[in-house]
Design a protein around this ligand. Structure first.
Ligand code: NAD
Length: 275
C-alpha cells in the first residue's frame, strides 16, 4: 500500500505571528511544512526579523516579509508582494495579539480608551484587514482556509485577561461574519481556542503560571500541558481537506477545560457538607 499523500502538498500559505521558537504559529508552521506546505512568513519589525529569519529559512520559506498589522501600508505591501510572487494563496495562519502589560492585571473596569482601541485593532481588526486583502488571492481549486487563535477568556471571565477577553470575543464574532462573507467563494475561516501555552504573549498575563496550573488541574484531561504541537494538529485539520465543510467555528484545544462546570469530584470532596 502506498503511504497517504501529505495533507498540504502543493499548498501555499502565509504565517503571521512567529516571534520565536515557542510561538504557537511556529508549532503550526512546522507541522504544515511536514505535510508539504510552502509558507511565507511575516515579522513585526526589525527587532523580530533576527529571530524569525533563521526559523523561516529552516523551512525553506521563499518570502519573509515585514508586517505590523497596525500599518495599512505594510498590509498593502504584503498583498502586492504576494500577488507579484505567488498570484494565488491557499491559507493564512493569523496568530497575532497584543495588549499593554498594565491592562493584563488588576480589574477590567480600569481599561482606558487608548488601550482598548489598540488591543482591539491588533488582536481583532487585523484579522479582517488581512482577510479583505488576501481572500481575493484564494482562487485555487480547493478555495482557501484562514485560521486565527483565541482563548476561553472570550466567553468566560479569566483572571487578568481583561480587555484581551473582550477582543477575543470580537475576534470570534468576526470569524463568523467573515465565514458568511467568504463562504460563497469557497474560503473557510475558523478559530482555535487554545488553553494556556507557555509563550511570550502568554507570559504577559499577570499570574499566567497559576492560571495554567489551575487549568491543567481542572481540565477533563487532567495534568497535561498544552504545547504548540497540540494546537498545530487542529490547525492542520482546519486548513486541509479534512475539514472541507467546516467554517465559522471555534475549535477548543484546551484539554477539555471548558467542558467542566466545576472542579471534579475529588476536589469537591475537600469541602464539608455544613451550610
Ligand atoms: P507569541 O508572543 O509567540 O505571538 C504573538 C505574535 O503577535 C508575535 O509574533 C507578535 O510579533 C505578533 N504581534 C503583536 N503585535 C503585532 C503587530 N502590531 N503586528 C504584527 N504582529 C504583531 O505568543 P502566542 O501565544 O504564540 O500568540 C499567538 C496567538 O495565540 C495570539 O493570538 C494569542 O492570543 C493566542 N493564544 C495564546 C495562548 C497562550 O496561552 N499562549 C492561548 C490561547 C490563544
Amino acid at each position: 500500500m502506498s503511504p497517504p499523500s501529505p495533507l498540504m502538498a502543493g499548498r501555499r500559505g502565509l504565517v503571521m505571528g512567529v516571534a520565536n521558537d515557542h510561538s504557537i504559529a511556529w508549532g503550526i508552521a512546522q507541522l504544515l511544512a511536514s505535510h508539504g506546505a510552502e509558507m511565507a512568513f511575516t515579522y513585526q519589525g526589525d527587532a523580530l526579523l533576527r529571530r524569525v529569519k533563521p526559523l523561516a529559512e529552516s523551512l525553506n520559506a521563499p518570502l519573509i516579509l515585514p508586517c505590523d498589522v497596525t500599518n495599512d501600508n505594510d498590509l498593502d505591501q504584503l498583498l502586492s508582494t504576494l500577488e507579484r510572487e505567488w498570484q494565488t494563496l491557499d491559507f493564512v495562519v493569523h496568530a497575532i495579539a497584543w495588549s499593554g502589560k498594565d491592562q493584563l492585571q488588576g480589574a477590567y473596569i480600569n481599561t482606558d480608551r487608548d488601550s482598548f482601541l489598540k488591543t482591539m485593532d491588533i488582536s481583532c481588526y487585523s484579522l479582517t484587514a488581512i482577510a479583505q486583502r488576501i481572500a481575493p488571492l484564494m482562487t485555487g481549486e480547493t478555495g482557501g482556509g484562514i485560521i486565527t487563535l483565541s482563548y476561553g477568556g472570550s466567553e468566560r471571565v479569566m483572571p487578568s485577561y481583561n480587555v484581551m477577553g473582550v477582543a477575543k470575543a470580537a475576534l470570534e464574532s468576526s470569524v463568523r461574519y467573515l465565514a458568511a462573507d467568504l463562504g460563497p467563494q469557497g474560503v473557510r475561516i475558523n478559530a482555535i481556542s487554545a488553553g494556556p501555552v507557555r509563550t511570550l504573549s502568554g507570559a504577559a498575563v499577570a499570574g499566567a503560571r497559576r492560571v495554567a496550573k489551575w487549568s491543567q488541574r481542572h481540565a477533563a484531561l487532567p495534568d497535561v500541558t498544552i504545547e504548540p504541537d497540540h494546537v498545530a494538529g487542529a490547525a492542520l485539520y482546519l486548513l486541509s481537506d479534512l475539514s472541507t465543510r467546516v467554517t465559522g467555528e471555534v475549535l477548543y484545544v484546551d484539554a477539555g477545560y471548558r467542558t467542566m462546570g466545576m472542579p471534579r469530584g475529588d476536589s469537591l470532596a475537600t469541602l464539608t457538607d455544613d451550610a
